[in-house]
Ligand binder design. Structure first.
Ligand SMILES: N[C@@H](CCC(=O)N[C@@H](CS)C(=O)NCC(=O)O)C(=O)O
Length: 201
């Protein structure tokens, strides 16, 4: 089973963190492979040309980190990453959606500022995406005390989203406005799974 992805992708990091936490990372072959929207990598067997993509032994390719993570949790994990039902399931899935939404907005800003030619950059666009990022951070901060030491798809996604801000938005200063979240992340980011997947500069 092959996981295609880049070590700088926060969505790929979700998969790597979950596989390390679940103790089955060694069962995946990692194929390091990057892509950008303006130059889609033809090697990626995901028709959307995005990573992560998980190539199963029978040739089927699963994509989108949510699908890949849920598949791996069922195939190799003990189901802990995706609680089966009730409040704990919806809490974890909501948190995953929030972290992914933060990432989606952050990536759009990154692409705008990094890929788009300077003369064509659209400040209103970046400003609107930043409102989403800040809204997600405020929501995360408001709920952070309830994260405790939970390791599920919600907390793993939140951790990877914050890691991405630290990686690509170094001057964001989110800790100043989100003290509860900062306290939680300090402990979470010291987990071996997070330390092993810090994106390379
Ligand atoms: N919703 C997708 C997002 C994946 C995604 O956007 N990955 C980025 C890398 S961080 C990518 O492949 N971008 C290339 C593109 O948008 O064409 C997921 O959760 O897997």
């Amino acid at each position: 089973m092959k996981l295609h992805g880049s070590k700088t992708s926060p969505y790929v990091r979700k998969v790597r963190v979950q596989a390390l936490e679940g103790g089955y990372w060694a069962q995946l072959e990692f194929n390091e492979l990057g892509t950008i929207p303006t130059d889609p990598n033809a090697e990626i067997s995901n028709p959307l040309k995005k990573v992560p993509a998980l190539e199963l032994d029978d040739g089927m390719v699963l994509f989108d980190s949510r699908v890949v993570c849920e598949y791996l949790d069922q195939a190799f994990g003990d189901g802990a990453a995706f609680p089966a039902g009730g409040v704990s399931r919806w809490t974890a899935l909501r948190l995953q959606a929030l972290g992914d939404g933060l990432l989606d907005a952050a990536l759009l800003v990154r692409y705008e500022n990094f890929l788009r030619p300077e003369a064509n950059r659209w400040d209103d666009w970046s400003r609107a995406q930043t409102i989403k990022i800040d809204g997600a951070l405020a929501d995360l901060d408001a709920h952070a005390v309830s994260f405790g030491d939970r390791i599920d798809i919600g907390t793993m996604t939140a951790g990877c989203a914050l890691g991405y801000l630290d990686f690509r938005f170094k001057n964001k200063g989110w800790r100043d406005t989100c003290p509860e979240l900062a306290a939680w992340y300090e402990t979470f980011s010291a987990r071996p799974s997070m330390l092993a997947t810090v994106p390379p500069e």
